[in-house]
Every structure is written in C-alpha cells, then in structure tokens.
Design a protein around this ligand. Structure first.
Ligand code: HAM
Length: 419
C-alpha cells in the first residue's frame, strides 16, 4: 500500500465530525429513550470476544463467520474477533454473570464486518440492539417488533415496512429441512457454488441468496411457514395478533430466514425503500436455543439490531440549527484578558457553554474564531464596558448588538441560547 493511502481512513470506515457526530448521538439518544420506555436497560460488552463465541452462535456456516470476521491472535496466542454482531456477546455476558432473568437489555456501539463497502454497508458500523431473555410469550415478540417500529416512526421514517415470518422450532424444522434439501438437490445444477455448499451446511440460507438463478430455484421451493407444527402455527398467529392489536402494519415474507444460525420461530426485518440494495434497516428474531448452546439453562430469547448508518440515511434531515448553544468571549485588549477568563469560568460553572480564543490578539480575529466555532453569540469584554458594569452582547444570527448589565448577563444568555 502507498504511504499516502496508509494515512487515510481504512476502507469501509467512516469519520463523523460535528455536526454529523451530533446527529448520530441524537439518534442514539432517541433509541435509548424508547428502549427504556419498553423496560430495557443498557448493557455494555467488550468490542472483542473469543472467536469461539461467534462461531458457536452466529453459525460456523454463516457468511458472517466464514467471510466477514475480523479475527486475530493476541500476544498470548488467544483467538479473538472484533464483534460482528451483538447477540452472542450479550448472551455470554448474561450467563457469565448469572444475571437475573427475565431481563430486557439494549446496546449501542460499533460492530465490524469485512464486507464489500457500498451505500449503507461498512466495515465498521453501529448497531442499536435489544435483547430480551427469559420471556417466552409471543406477546413479547410483538412488543419487541413494535419497539423497533416505534423508534423509526419517532424519527419520521415513514417508508419502513416490517416483514415477518416464522421458521419453526426443533420439532418441525428437521422434517422441513429434509424436504428443502431434497428439493434443492434436484436443482443443484442451477445453484451458485455457495448455495451448493449450503444444501448440506445451512439449506435455509439459499432463500437469502442474491444470485438470479438461485432466486428462480427458490421461487418454487417449499417454505418454512407452510411446514410449521401446530404449536409454532398458533404461536405465529399470536405474534401477528399482537402486531395487529397495536395497529402495526406488516408484510408476511415467507422467504425471510435471516443470515444468522440461532433463530427459531419469529423472524423479522425492517425494510426501507430509501436504502437501495442494502434495504434492511434492521432485523432480528427469536432465539430460544442460544443460551442452551452456551451451556446455560433453557432460556428463551428474542431481539433485534438496527443499523445506525442506515437509519441516518433513511431519516428525514432535521434542519440543522443555525448556531450552537455556545457563547464566545471576545476581549478587546490584553488588560481585559484576565476578567474575560474569569467570566468564561463563571459562565461555564452556571451551565452555559462558553469558549475563548487566547491566541488572537485582535478582536476581529476572535470574531472569526467565534464564527468557525459556530457560536450563537459573542460577549465582548471591553475596558470601558467593565468600568460601567456592562457587557456588549452580539447575536451572531441577527447581527444585533446590545449592552447588558453584568448581573443580567447569565439570564440573557440563557434566553438567547435556549430560544
Ligand atoms: P443483522 O441482520 O446481521 O442482525 O444486522 C442487523 C442490522 O445491522 C442490519 O439490518 C443492518 O441495518 C445493520 N448492518 C449489518 N451489517 C452492516 C454493515 N456491514 N454495514 C452497515 N450496517 C450493517 C444481527 O446483527 C443480529 N445480532 C440481530 C439480532 C439481535 N437478532 C436477535 N437479536
């Protein structure tokens, strides 16, 4: 790699400078608010885990594990992986700390997948996730699906469609799997190389393949939802009834199998027309066997993860506020620097964001710094004003300048900055 390339950000990563970083934070804050309203509390797990954690849960044959993991060996020879998704780490953490069940958790943070970058697909991206452990009721499935939809709605994302499906359980899946394998084997010549391997390793994943020929084959393949046992059938009806009761519009999508191995019964995805090829804003499902796979007691689970970058693409842009809630202090001459510094500290201690430029000797240059900082106003500290016990306050949006008595300054700034 050329030296210049080594100094730019790695392929598939992004920088978020203000105000973009602030937009991200606002969306995260909204997610935290809604997740908390549904009774969830935040969980924070490591950015890397033992590789085994993902292989065991995401699935040894899944694309995420076979093609997309950032794995490395540490100095002591441990096999570690930057987390490609959140569910395995959360399940591990809950089990390891014997956390009280049932529990409702949410997380926000960076994830890593070595995939081909394109619009809405990055190598480092952010997920907003929810995991509910120990709650078996199909009512909870509906509630969790609704939580995600509620979040998108609160951001003004109107074209988000919820796709739902059921892929059965340990009782009905084996017979269905066999039927699907038989069907795919007949059509093996029409499948891509990946899907030929999937017939044995994970036949359901063929439904997810983007290859045209594979898509033609699966158009006639037996569907999981047509082969549910009575219990799974009733369970799915109850999930749909829960969604309908909440007035949530959804689409049944009998090809929705999801790309990770741990799912059973309900699977769902939030799809948006604004995204192009990567049209999934988020997705999830039930995973009633995952805790067991980790050696824990039988514990039902359900959750989802939403892509923060995709959410930002789909959300209508709120008009950026013209200025930050920041007061910039301008000192007229060397003699006013000390009182200006005192004022700076006083404003900050009263909760007013304030900044100063120590380096620029001329007021004009300090005004330029105020502009670069996007400050909403300048408080001018001048010798004559100090003697008269006033400050000049310049509104940088309107350009208007007024004099304010020293003891009224904080009050005036509060009105101006919060207005
Ligand atoms: P997932 O479908 O692999 O599920 O990812 C969820 C969401 O993360 C996607 O719908 C997408 O919005 C975002 N995403 C995934 N990969 C990328 C990428 N390379 N660039 C940008 N965004 C991406 C899971 O991760 C499961 N852990 C969800 C879950 C939680 N299931 C149960 N609980």
């Amino acid at each position: 790699m050329a030296d210049a390339a080594k100094q730019s950000r790695p392929k598939g990563t992004q920088d978020f400078l203000p105000p973009d970083s602030e937009r991200l934070l606002r969306v995260e804050t909204e997610f935290r608010r809604i997740a908390a309203a549904f009774g969830c509390r935040e969980v924070i797990t490591p950015i890397f885990e033992h590789t085994e954690v993902f292989v065991k849960s995401s699935g040894a044959a899944s694309d995420v594990v076979t093609k997309e993991m950032y794995s490395f060996t540490d100095r002591a020879g441990r096999g570690l992986t930057l987390r490609p998704e959140g569910t395995p780490g959360v399940v591990r953490a809950v089990l390891e700390s014997r956390y009280r069940l049932p529990c409702r958790l949410y997380y926000v943070g960076p994830f890593f997948r070595y995939s081909r970058p394109q619009k809405g697909r990055h190598r480092q991206f952010h997920q907003l996730g929810v995991e509910v452990l120990g709650e078996p009721s199909p009512e909870v499935d509906a509630e969790v699906i609704y939580l995600g939809a509620d979040f998108f709605r609160s951001l003004g994302i109107d074209d988000c469609t919820v796709h739902v499906n059921s892929i059965g359980c340990v009782r009905c899946r084996p017979a269905y799997r066999q039927k699907l394998v038989t069907f795919l084997t007949v059509h093996v010549g029409e499948l891509c190389a990946d899907c030929r391997v999937r017939i044995e390793s994970n036949p359901l994943r063929v439904f997810d393949c983007k290859n045209e020929s594979c898509r033609r084959v699966v158009a006639d393949a037996p569907r999981p939802r047509q082969h549910l046992c009575a219990e799974c059938g009733t369970n799915f009806e109850m999930v749909l009834a829960g969604l309908t009761a909440r007035g949530l519009r959804f689409e049944l999508n009998d090809r929705l199998v999801r790309g990770l191995d741990y799912y059973n019964r309900t699977t769902f995805e939030y799809v948006s027309g604004a995204l192009g090829a990567q049209d999934s804003l988020g997705g999830g499902g039930r995973y009633d066997y995952l805790v067991g796979e980790f050696g824990g007691p039988d514990t039902p689970g359900i959750g989802f993860a939403l892509g923060l970058e995709r959410t930002i693409i789909a959300a209508p842009q709120a008009p950026a506020p013209p200025r930050r809630r920041l007061a910039f202090i301008v000192w007229m001459s060397e003699a006013e620097l000390a009182p200006a510094r005192t004022l700076l500290d006083r404003l900050r201690s009263q909760g007013i964001a304030a900044q100063i430029d120590y380096g620029a000797r001329r007021a004009k240059a300090q005004f330029r710094s105020a502009d670069a900082a996007d400050a909403a106003c300048c408080v001018i500290v001048g010798g004559d004003e100090l003697t008269r016990g006033v400050y000049s306050l310049k509104d940088l949006v309107t350009g208007e300048q007024t004099e304010v008595p020293a003891d009224r300054l904080v009050e005036r700034l509060r009105t101006l900055l919060n207005g």
